[in-house]
Design a protein around this ligand. Structure first.
Ligand code: PEP
Ligand code: MG
Length: 887
């Protein structure tokens, strides 16, 4: 069993590469071994491997003889290296015991310090250090920690006892406690243990050690560790390692200290040491915030105008050595390091190092800087930055320093932050915004009719709907922060008040949304503006050089197209034409068209819409000049456009000369029980061909006009939605071709164009080989394809998908991150079948998954030609596509 225990430090670091393998010795253990192997001062110790944890929990929680012998050897190694003996009354060895899984897991058992202290060794420690106060303080800390972490006793009784001791003595702070005071408290602590568990605090140091080792292993099976594993996709069989290491003391007087540090600033990425330290303290004092830590460097202290000396000033020698260690560590790990250290009577010891967590801004700066320094290459720099973290940089974000009065938390549907006055309908939003007021549109849910209000609002809050609900999709498209599915929100339209998380908010009162985490807050919270230049531009340039797939955008207004182009979009992958129909000066004509009983009536209304649609497409073609534009013909069920209240019916009656009753009856006829599976998509084009005719005409007229005006080729891609059969596409392609021919003849202009289809129904995926005979391109509509494959309504899923993900039924929300195992098979199969029929068929994805890094990696795997994402996701997709290419 010897190979399950690895020694480090004290000149005995194992040569076995497994000792530095995180899967074997855990993150903490592997890095300790690694630091020791490059000659850094690491207190000697040993690591029990993760495999032992698995065996222990499988084999009835027992230790076998081989392990016992190996641990004994480990202790001997530490004894030899320190010249102390475990359990020795005169010169005792004390150790720390810590868990350390492959990845850092905050839900796990934490640390036990000072293990090896008992009624005898405490005297040895007192004599050896010449500081009885330190010795008794260490002992009481140990009893408290061990009782909490290993024995599972409630820590409150210990804390109360300390408070009472201070009170009785009239002390204010722990530092006022004398050696005798601590000694008395130790007695009380031991009495508490006896009382709580019916047996005394273990005096046998080996029993203490095995107790702690067992507790670490068992903590792997604790409820909180299980929950953490589930939420972070950590397999149960990974297990945790145990690190046993000689104690070094930062609390042995004024020449001792302890601290945490980063080799670069984790908030800004600045190449400057950043950290905190405390003189005469143990590690937990820095983290626990009992004393205010001091600055590490003189520059940081001066910048903060702080008095207490920096480590650079107070301990120049130890600091110089620490700075040297920082350089060595960065050279070695080629990344920013997060470090824990202790200075014991002037001598520096390294207790931990790991790659440090960082903000998006810092991640970018460090990646670009390190590539510039030659520390890493471009490909590594690209892989260093989490694409989703870019979101933080693309929208204004809340000042992290600001306080938050949180009302509730919903789904983080569209990132960014916004403050504004609460309004409850789209018209009010528009009116108040026109007067220059920042407003937040608060709705139970949104519909296409609310578009103008959503556009006018700074942010959107809904009670219902998930991450791909209408509000979420549209908000992301517009770059508006949105919190959806906030179930603690109810709205009373009569009194125009909302209740959010039990508090009443009147229309006009200001709230703030954090679309990046779902927080809804009372009042205005300060924000900071995004910066898209500098490092951002540099890294994006590198990403573009390395990626294979193109990145397009889903956009339908010239303004959104412009934003997307600025963000680097290489074309439009999806222009949803239905949103254009809600414009104030066309909705009447749209309604007239829908409610007409005969074809002539529809044609008359469509004639009014034609110039408007043509103008839409002209504007878009102009903005997107030189780039491909995919325009999708009308998709949603017609009744979505119908008048809502009496007022709207009366308005329409006046415009059409038809009676309100007649119109209401017609509207009733259009009612559907299951509109998502009803009269929508290409079924509209099949039954009312004149609608698609008008749209095709508008597209080709606009394309000819713009091509003429700018002398540049425009290649429109006309896309037919919700196709299930080859015949549907055949009929509609014939229609589009006929209109194209007519327009080209009228304009005396020819241009290349393509007709293709969305693959968003399982049948279309299955029949892709046949459908490809008619389609020059496929665009995977994975929103509907997910909905129809899973049989889960995208608009109702929020209610139950949460628990589904928590229980691991789906690893992530399948509307956010593609269900690769299921829906992915359909995509892969359709791509393959499509290519077999038509080798040069163009393949893309335009569902929301086109902006999700994990889904983008899948698209690379099946070799799609492009992904299409909402404008604010374009940079994320560019980076994710590059990472997917680099593998
Ligand atoms: C889709 O279904 O994936 C798609 C892009 O179309 P929509 O979201 O408009 O239904
Ligand atoms: Mg769709």
């Amino acid at each position: 069993m010897n190979e399950y225990v690895f020694h480090f430090g004290g000149g005995a670091t194992s040569d076995d590469p497994r000792s530095r393998d995180k899967t074997i010795t855990g993150g903490k253990g592997a890095n300790l071994a690694e630091m020791a192997s490059i000659g850094l001062p690491v207190p000697p110790g040993f690591t029990i491997s993760t495999e032992v944890c698995t065996l222990y929990n499988q084999n009835g929680k027992t230790f076998d003889d081989a392990l016992r012998a190996a641990v004994e050897q480990g202790v001997k190694h530490v004894e030899k290296a320190t010249g102390r003996t475990f359990g020795d009354a005169k010169n005792p060895l004390l150790v720390s015991v810590r868990s350390g899984a492959r990845v850092s897991m905050p839900g796990m058992m934490d640390t036990v310090l000072n293990l090896g202290l008992n009624d005898e060794t405490v005297e040895g420690l007192a004599a050896g250090s010449g500081d009885p106060r330190f010795a008794w303080d260490s002992y009481r800390r140990f009893i408290q920690m061990y009782s909490d972490v290993v024995l599972g006793l409630d820590h409150h009784r210990f804390e109360d006892a300390l408070e009472i001791a201070k009170e009785d003595n009239g002390y204010f702070a722990d530092v006022e406690m004398s050696a005798e005071d601590w000694q008395k408290l130790v007695k009380e602590y031991k009495a508490i243990v006896q009382d709580e568990q019916g047996s005394p605090f273990p005096q046998d140091v080996n029993a203490q050690l095995w107790g702690a080792i067992g507790a670490v292993f068992e903590s792997w099976e604790s409820e909180r560790a299980k929950v953490y594993r589930r939420l972070n996709d950590i397999p149960a069989d990974w297990g945790t390692a145990v690190n046993v290491q000689a104690m070094v003391f930062g609390n042995m007087g004024e020449t001792s200290a302890t601290g945490v540090a980063f080799t670069r600033d984790p908030a800004t990425g600045e190449k400057a040491y950043y950290g905190e330290w405390l003189v005469n303290a143990q590690g937990e004092d820095v983290v626990a915030g009992i004393r205010t830590p001091q600055y590490l460097t003189r520059a940081a202290r001066e910048a903060a105008n702080a008095k207490p000396l920096s480590m650079e000033e107070a301990m120049p020698d130890a600091y110089a050595e620490l700075a040297h260690v920082f350089e060595l560590l960065e050279q070695h790990y080629k990344d920013m390091q997060d470090i824990e250290f202790t200075v014991e009577q002037g001598k520096l010891w390294m207790l931990q190092t790991r790659n440090g967590k960082r903000t998006a801004k810092a991640a970018l700066k460090m990646a670009v800087d390190m590539a510039g320094e030659g520390l890493i290459d471009e490909a590594t720099a690209i892989k260093r930055v989490d694409p989703m973290a870019l979101d933080q940089l693309l929208h204004p974000t809340l000042d992290p320093e600001a306080t938050r009065d949180i009302l509730t938390r919903g789904l983080p549907a569209s990132p960014g932050a916004a403050s504004g006055a609460v309004v409850f309908d789209a018209d009010t939003a528009e009116k108040r915004a026109e007067l220059g007021e920042a407003v937040i549109l608060v709705r139970v849910e949104t519909s296409p009719e609310d578009i103008h209000g959503m556009h006018a609002a700074k942010g959107i809050l809904t009670a219902r709907g998930g991450m791909t609900s209408h509000a979420a999709v549209v908000a992301r498209g517009m770059g508006r922060p949105c919190v959806s599915g906030a179930s603690a929100l109810s709205i009373d339209m009569k009194s125009r008040t909302a209740r959010i998380g039990g508090r009443e908010i009147k229309e006009g009162e200001v709230i703030t949304l954090d679309g990046s985490n779902g927080d809804v807050m009372m009042g205005r919270v300060a924000t900071v503006e995004p910066e898209l230049v500098g490092d951002f531009g540099t890294l994006m340039g590198w990403a573009d050089k390395h990626r294979r797939m193109k990145v397009r955008t889903n956009a339908e207004t010239p303004a959104d197209c412009q934003v997307a182009r600025q963000f680097g979009a290489e074309g439009i992958g999806l222009c949803r034409t239905e949103h254009m129909f809600f414009d104030a000066n066309r909705i009447l004509a749209v309604r007239q068209m829908i409610l007409a009983e005969k074809e002539e009536g529809r044609r008359a209304a469509l004639a009014k819409l034609l110039p408007e649609q043509r103008a839409d497409f002209t504007a878009i073609f102009e903005v997107m000049r030189g780039l491909p534009v995919t325009i999708r013909l009308l998709d949603p069920p017609l009744h979505e456009f119908l008048p809502q209240g009496d007022e709207e019916f009366e308005e329409l009656a006046e415009a059409t000369g038809l009676g309100v009753d007649h119109l209401k009856r017609r509207a009733g006829e259009l009612h559907e029980f299951n509109p998502m599976l009803g009269h929508r998509g290409c079924r509209l084009g099949i039954t009312f061909p004149e609608i698609y005719e008008m749209q095709a005409r508008a597209i080709f007229e606009a394309a000819c006009d713009v091509a003429d005006e700018f002398g540049e080729a425009i290649v429109p891609e006309v896309m037919i939605p919700l196709v299930a059969t080859k015949r549907e596409l055949e009929i509609l392609k014939t229609l589009v071709d006929r209109v194209a021919k007519d327009v080209f003849a009228e304009k005396d202009h020819t241009l290349d164009y393509m007709v293709g289809t969305m693959i968003e129904l399982p049948r279309a995926a299955l029949m892709a080989g046949e459908i490809a005979q008619e389609a020059r391109f496929f665009s995977f509509g994975t929103n509907d394809l997910t909905q129809t494959t899973l049989g889960v309504s995208r608009d109702d899923a929020a209610k139950f998908l949460g628990p589904y993900v928590e229980k691991g039924i789906y690893p992530r929300d399948p509307f956010v991150s593609l269900d690769i195992d299921g829906v992915g098979q359909l995509v892969e199969m359709a791509a393959e079948r499509g290519r077999k029929t038509r080798t040069d068929i163009k393949l893309g994805i335009c569902g929301e998954h086109g902006g999700d890094p994990a889904s983008i990696a899948f698209c690379e795997k099946v070799a799609l030609d492009y992904v299409s994402a909402s404008p604010y996701r374009v940079p994320i997709a560019r980076l994710a596509a590059a990472q997917a290419t680099l593998g």
